[in-house]
Design a protein. Structure first.
Length: 231
């Protein structure tokens, strides 16, 4: 960092304007990509999924909570673990402030994990979160939506639409669903790995500062649960 180029104000403005032109192009491309995402075909959800949550047993359709759109965050929490994934916890720290705004735009939000509800509730209390979190332990939901894997699949490229090895039994991701006036539910979108970067506001801030994420090839090596940082 000490060897970074230093220039006068006028030269800095010129360099910034050059980058601004690229940022504007990126924004236009992002808007077009978002449009294409919304135009993807949908698939009807035929299987009946029943989750266990703070309000008891609920189907996928009931998780919409009276709204037509649902965002699901696939939170890594293996049934045998006592705490949730630290990286997913990093993402989850961004959820609560946004739920009220999503609700205002006809969107419900829920986190889903395979761990039993008791473990989810205890960890949620520890972290001080209030977003809705339900257990899919008695369903194939996590397997069907590409975030849980059998042991034989751990070394196979079955994650992120077959582009990455699963590596472990649970992986991160998000899925979007729509419910029509007749009550039919449709799967409209899912994203995994780097595809969920935009859900993490802290990373978006880090991308603005001189050191960036400063992770090298050790992605998220520094991340801790928010109550585990020293000082």
């Amino acid at each position: 960092m000490s060897e970074h180029e230093i220039v006068g104000h006028d030269d800095w403005i010129e360099a910034r304007k050059t980058l601004l032109a690229k940022e504007k192009e990126f924004t236009r491309l992002r808007d077009e990509l978002s449009k294409q995402r919304r135009e993807l075909p949908w698939e009807r959800v035929e299987k009946e999924y029943v989750f266990e949550g703070p309000e008891g047993k609920q189907t996928l359709a009931e998780l919409f909570d009276g709204r037509s759109q649902l965002v699901v965050y696939h939170f890594m929490f293996d049934p045998d673990d006592d705490v949730g994934c630290k990286s997913c916890s990093f993402w989850a720290d961004n959820f609560d402030p946004n739920v009220v705004h999503l609700n205002a735009r006809d969107v419900s939000f829920v986190a889903v994990s395979r761990a039993p509800l008791g473990k989810l509730s205890a960890y949620k209390e520890r972290m001080g979160w209030s977003f809705k979190w339900v257990s899919s332990a008695e369903t194939d939901f996590n397997f069907d939506y590409g975030v849980s894997f059998a042991p034989a699949e751990h070394t196979s490229p079955v994650y992120n639409y077959g582009t990455l090895n699963a590596g472990i039994s649970e992986r991160e991701g998000m899925s979007v669903f729509f419910k029509d006036e007749g009550g039919s539910v449709f799967h409209t979108y899912s994203a995994y790995a780097r595809g969920i970067d935009l859900l993490n506001a802290a990373y978006n801030y880090l991308d603005l500062v001189p050191k960036g994420r400063d992770e090298g090839d050790r992605s998220q090596f520094w991340v801790r649960r928010h109550d585990e940082y020293a000082g």
